[in-house]
Design a protein around this ligand. Structure first.
Ligand code: CUA
Length: 160
């Protein structure tokens, strides 16, 4: 088969681009410790308020970092205000009481989908103390644009 010279160049260019795109995924996973939200831990969305994993909502702090337990529902996050320490790993454990919601901490890499029936979990570190806006970024109904919460990242020691 005779392939024209310019066609060969473009075939190689397309091949190189595919390899480059796959490499960015590999580097992101291996190098930056990025992972997709777990979505493997299931939960009955009709029983979350009594589920031992979500009964006690809020922030717990220990020597390693903090864990945030929160529930998304039409059209609020519970709790609506979270205080976490700066510079230490913060693990978010989230679930939905009704429909699919989003959880985006604006200006950070904290961002996940919250799907009813599953526990979404991710861990991140906030280097900059301050107030961050948390928004729902999945359309969930007429009150979607009102669905927000506040994350306060505190410098220094945060008592449990
Ligand atoms: Cu919840 Cu949009």
């Amino acid at each position: 088969m005779n392939v024209a010279f310019y066609e060969k160049i473009w075939m190689w260019a397309a091949g190189v681009l595919i390899v480059a795109f796959l490499a960015t995924i590999a580097v992101g996973v291996a190098g930056s410790a990025l992972q997709p939200p777990s979505h493997v831990e299931t939960i009955d969305p009709t029983k979350i308020w009594n589920d031992p994993r979500f009964k006690q909502r809020g922030v717990s702090v220990d020597e390693h970092g903090a864990t945030v337990i929160a529930v998304a529902m039409m059209y609020a996050f519970e709790p609506a205000e979270l205080r976490v320490p700066a510079g230490r790993p913060v693990t978010f454990r989230l679930t939905s009481a009704d429909v699919t919601h989003g959880f985006q901490i604006v200006g950070t890499n904290g961002n996940t989908m919250i799907v009813p029936g599953y526990v979404s979990q991710f861990t991140t570190v906030f280097r900059e103390p301050g107030e961050y806006l948390i928004v729902c970024n999945e359309y969930c109904g007429v009150g979607h644009h009102l669905m927000s919460a506040k994350l306060i990242v505190e410098a220094g020691e945060v008592r449990p």
